[in-house]
Ligand binder design. Structure first.
Ligand SMILES: Nc1ncnc2c1ncn2[C@@H]1O[C@H](COP(=O)(O)OP(=O)(O)O)[C@@H](O)[C@H]1O
Ligand SMILES: [Mg+2]
Length: 401
């Protein structure tokens, strides 16, 4: 079982490459599904010359060939399937606040909902072993990060807020309802969240296990795109996901007769070199700009052949977890890979049994092993791209990881 995420800036070629990878894997005999998480879906369009699509419009998964399915996540549908009560509660809450019901309906699909829906499907496929490979055609980088951060956030919510909220609603709910117009969530709201949480259980370790899940960053040889790729690389490390390749797409081919593009080509060569340097510890695969848009199974197959040649895209090309706990001679420590950052950009707080690492507006809660929960951090140091956080105290007992 493999899950492979393809992500990157808007327009770099994520959907095309995810779809091409699906085609390649299906031809290698893997039962494969490509799932699009981008609200601006274009996965279906990438296969658009496919006659069968017309007839299967209504189905959630569209079958492309014997081994290949595609699915575009539809939040509204997923809500009906998974999340009715929570949604209804939020909608009624917004309604009471005087919002027009149509507007309330729109807003009730709040940020993160698409990602949660996608996670629900993915976890279901993982549990039911429905596919050999799940390929995720992710939304642009920011949303993708929200996607991978949701399991930890939910876990945190369940451990810290959920119980409190439920007890409060039970005790104070009837009183509040008498004096205000704010609806208090009913028990089925909480039951629904609990169900939801149960359905997502385990997805966190699936996403952070490099034997199952790896991320491939799609980029273009341009300054701004490469820069965003570096940030994305760092953020995925922060969330504990293993990146196992970088794909540089849309490279101008050699030898085309186009003086007009010469400056572009030189700039591209410069940024390709820079990318090879920045991302030197993962494989870098290159794809040229094709002479036309890549649409349909045959076109995607052609792209897959130039991208992968003899490579099996289901393989893992890096197996390293971005962070791990270790015991050195004198202390316990957490080592975390956080490339392309200066120490001023990293915030660290220890709160009870978790270490909170902040970079910009992104926050990662790292649950500490029991041995470290009541130990203070003594020292944190960024050397190159490794952040090392040391914990006080003598070492007793066995190794944690
Ligand atoms: N190597 C390439 N050569 C030619 N066209 C490409 C290439 N990669 C992507 N495209 C085209 O660029 C457009 C945007 O690609 P897409 O995969 O939808 O990007 P994203 O999913 O990252 O937004 C599509 O029309 C696609 O066919
Ligand atoms: Mg896309």
């Amino acid at each position: 079982m493999r899950i492979i995420l393809y992500t990157g800036k808007g327009g770099v070629g994520k959907t095309t490459i995810a779809a091409a990878t699906g085609v390649k894997l299906s031809q290698l005999g893997y039962k494969t599904i490509v799932i699009s998480l981008d609200v601006a879906h274009s996965l279906r369009d990438a296969f658009d010359d496919h006659e069968k699509l017309v007839f299967q419009e209504k189905e959630k998964q569209i079958q492309i060939n014997d081994n290949l399915w595609i699915q575009e996540i539809n939040v509204q549908e997923a809500i009906v399937e998974y999340w009715d009560d929570v949604y209804n509660y939020i909608r009624s809450l917004l309604n009471r606040s005087g919002l027009d019901s149509l507007v309330a309906e729109e807003i009730a699909v709040f940020p993160g909902m698409e990602e949660i829906c996608a996670l629900l499907y993915i976890n279901q496929y993982v549990r039911e072993k429905s596919y050999d490979v799940i390929i995720l055609d992710c939304a642009p980088t920011g949303e993708s990060l929200r996607f991978v951060s949701i399991p930890t956030t939910l876990e945190w919510y369940m451990n810290h807020i959920f119980k409190l909220e439920r007890n409060l609603a039970r005790v104070a709910g009837p009183v509040i309802e008498k004096v205000s117009s704010v609806p208090i969530p009913r028990d089925n709201y909480f039951k629904n969240i609990q169900d939801l949480f149960d359905k997502l259980e385990g997805i966190d370790s699936v996403l952070t296990d490099p034997k199952i899940t790896t991320v491939r960053l799609v980029t273009n040889p341009e300054k701004i795109v490469i820069k965003e790729t570096q940030r994305a690389f760092m953020y995925f490390c922060l969330y504990g996901l293993c990146i196992d390749a970088v794909i540089i797409n849309r490279i101008f081919p050699e030898g085309v007769d186009a003086a007009y593009f010469e400056t572009w080509r030189q700039a591209q060569q410069h940024y390709i070199k820079a990318a090879m340097d920045y991302f030197s510890d993962v494989p870098i695969w290159k794809v040229e700009l094709f002479a036309e848009e890549i649409i349909g199974e045959a076109g995607l197959h052609r792209l897959a052949e130039t991208l992968y040649a003899e490579i099996n895209p289901a393989d893992q090309f890096s197996k390293e977890r971005p962070y791990h706990f270790q015991k050195t001679a004198d202390a316990y420590q957490l080592s975390m890979r956080l490339p392309f950052l200066s120490k001023e950009e990293i915030g660290l707080t220890k709160h009870g049994d978790e270490l909170i690492i902040t970079v910009g507006s992104f926050k990662q809660h790292i649950a500490l092993p029991r041995t470290l929960a009541n130990k203070k951090t003594t020292n944190a140091k960024l050397t190159g791209d490794q952040l090392v956080v040391k914990f006080e105290g003598e070492i007793r007992g066995k190794k944690d990881n």
